[in-house]
Design a protein around this ligand. Structure first.
Ligand SMILES: [Zn+2]
Length: 85
């Protein structure tokens, strides 16, 4: 039976060695200052050399009221055997 498991150094954070890392996720929320709807598309606004398993800061900006704020995201990684029965 094949076995796939994480190596010990993968439990801490490790860097994705990609300058422009586009991922298919979208953050939607209302601007904390004026309430305007805000959308942050990670498939357009890439992450640069992100760390898997550690918080990443995302800078948000509202064009309506010129307000800036931060959100934290965390990337996780999963790997599975596709053909195992
Ligand atoms: Zn605003």
């Amino acid at each position: 039976m094949p076995e796939l498991s994480r190596t010990s150094n993968a439990f801490g954070g490790f860097r994705v060695n990609v300058k422009r890392f586009y991922v298919p996720f979208t953050l939607k929320e209302n601007c904390p200052n004026c309430g305007e709807r805000y959308t942050h598309c990670f498939d357009e606004a890439y992450l640069s050399y992100p760390m898997i398993g550690e918080p990443e800061t995302v800078n948000c900006y509202c064009y309506k009221c010129d307000h800036e704020w931060e959100r934290q995201i965390i990337l996780t990684l999963d790997m599975r055997l596709h053909d195992a029965k």
